[in-house]
Write a protein that binds this ligand. Sequence first.
Ligand code: SAH
Length: 217
Amino acid sequence: MLNDTYRHKGLRKKLVDLLREKGIDDERVLEAINQVPRHLFMDNAFINFAYKDQAFPIGADQTISQPYTVAYQSQLLEVKPKEKVLEIGTGSGYQCSVLLELGAKVFSIERHRSLHLKAKRMLNELGYFPKLFFGDGYKGLPAFAPFDKIIITAAAPYVPEDLKSQLKVGGMMVIPLGEGESQKMQRLIKKSETEFDVEVYGDFSFVPMLQNKSFGS
Ligand code: SAH
């Protein structure tokens, strides 16, 4: 049963206050976080921790991102209503729903079929209807390109060429770059078909963006 109680709403308000204290200052992003019932994207075992600012397991060795990370990436992406946004790593669907709350038209790819299906079910039950794909994020979605914005929610060893080419000129990509324990958040701004400005932000820790060797279930 989808239960979003006053208690959950109260905990969410506190989370929003915490994110504000941590430096998130885009009010549209904070309001989006305030709207999404994060607890419904989590396994029952962790539901009481849903409004802590932490990542948690969602099955298939993957995690739902920390709210601060979701807010940080969403803020860097500067999403405007109606923009076409491509997300790599649907995971639980939580980041996806925050992008939808910001008014984006969201396309999201996940390489684990079980997570793809679970996220789809939950998002639809909550009244969110993004375009969800089971596939390899390194390839993007050429049939739906170009995108105004691209957000990668797994640690990428490099910036995938296919994703660069599927971005509109003037568009932005937010990507945690690096292998190992921690990644540097970067924002690429596409200046022309061949030129990108690169901005480097702080350290974050993501699960790896896996190469398309074998697809998980
Ligand atoms: N945005 C998610 C965070 C999920 S963690 C959320 O809000 O919950 C990162 C996700 O990226 C995992 O679900 C993982 O399976 C997925 N992933 C890893 N490599 C991928 C690839 N090459 N293509 C698509 N998804 C990938």
